[in-house]
Design a protein. Structure first.
Length: 316
């Protein structure tokens, strides 16, 4: 069967994203075929398109390559070994990470074990926006061993990972502070955090010292935020490109710091979907672009100013 995809044809700017037609094989064994309704757009997609990071290095001889790790849709066919899924089930998942990708496609093959059932009351758009960002937030808080009553600073609190991390940290009973622009202060406050405007000056002058820093920005901003952490405090820095410099700077000042790479977890995804169905977790989708406008989605996410998540709509 022929399907439309948006592929990286060369490493570079957004013009390197091109529509292509591809033949999708019938599912075999433990595979399922998904009619994709929405695909999540994440910063790693744009970084890979630009030729940055491990996925780009590993795929440089395999172009064109279809990005996208978050999908939600309806099962169209199942392999002969699949018993838990049926045609028509609404599913979502964090698929093909980090080397396979494939989510920017009207249909995609996925492993049955990589999928979650989308509960009633959760839209497919919301389900597509959740997996990578939600699991990154969950695992960052876990890696930092965030406990009830601790003060936690989350950088870029209005972003895709940040707005979910705020909610998950609040559910743990933490006292959450989050950096954001003035335009996003009301949004960040509505999630349960104390919103701090990073444009007003050094964060350390605007807030009390924290036990934990969840750095979702990295680089010089991540290093500067280390001064907000109490002596002996903990730091998890998520951007892989600058993780080494941030952790090195943290250790010089006696902080416990580590980087992280998200690892797909169906169990975590299932728990967050259940929270969404109960109204205990909200995924903010700020924009939806049709597949043919994927370049515009990448332009938006590369601004670093996206509130919540962006998704691609596969079909009208």
């Amino acid at each position: 069967m022929t399907t439309q995809q948006l592929a990286i044809t060369a490493f570079g700017d957004v013009h390197c994203l091109q529509l292509q037609s591809a033949e999708i094989a019938a599912p075999e064994g433990r595979q399922v075929l998904i009619d994709v309704a929405y695909s999540g757009v994440n910063p790693i997609d744009a970084k890979t398109r630009a030729g940055l990071g491990w996925a780009a290095q590993q795929n440089r001889d395999k172009l064109p390559w279809v990005p996208g790790y978050d999908v939600a849709g309806v099962i169209a066919a199942v392999g002969e070994e699949v018993t838990e899924w049926r045609v028509g089930h609404r599913v979502c998942g964090f698929i093909g990470f980090p080397l396979q990708g494939g989510g920017y496609s009207e249909q995609v093959l996925a492993e049955a074990d990589s999928l979650s059932r989308v509960p009633d009351g959760v839209s497919l758009a919301e389900a597509a926006a959740l997996p990578l960002a939600g699991q990154t937030a969950w695992q960052a808080l876990e890696k930092a061993s965030v406990q009830a009553g601790e003060r936690v600073l989350i950088l870029a609190g209005a972003g895709g990972v940040g707005h979910l991390a705020i909610q998950l940290a609040c559910r743990k009973g933490a006292d959450v502070v989050a950096s954001c622009s003035a335009a996003n202060q009301a949004f960040v406050s509505s999630l349960g955090a104390q919103a701090v405007d990073y444009q007003k000056g050094e964060l350390a002058t605007q807030l009390q010292a924290v036990d934990v820093l969840i750095d979702l920005v990295g680089g010089e901003i991540g290093v500067a935020a280390l001064s907000c952490v109490k002596p002996g405090g903990r730091v998890v820095t998520v951007p892989t490109i600058t993780a080494e410099s941030v952790t090195a700077a943290a250790k010089v000042t006696g902080l416990h710091a580590q980087g992280m790479l998200v690892s797909p977890s169906v169990a975590q995804n299932d728990q967050m979907l259940a929270m969404m169905a109960e109204g205990d977790l909200t995924v903010m989708i700020t924009e939806q672009f049709p597949l043919v406008q994927g370049a515009q989605a990448h332009r938006q996410i590369e601004t670093g100013r996206t509130r919540g998540k962006i998704v691609l709509v596969m079909k009208d």
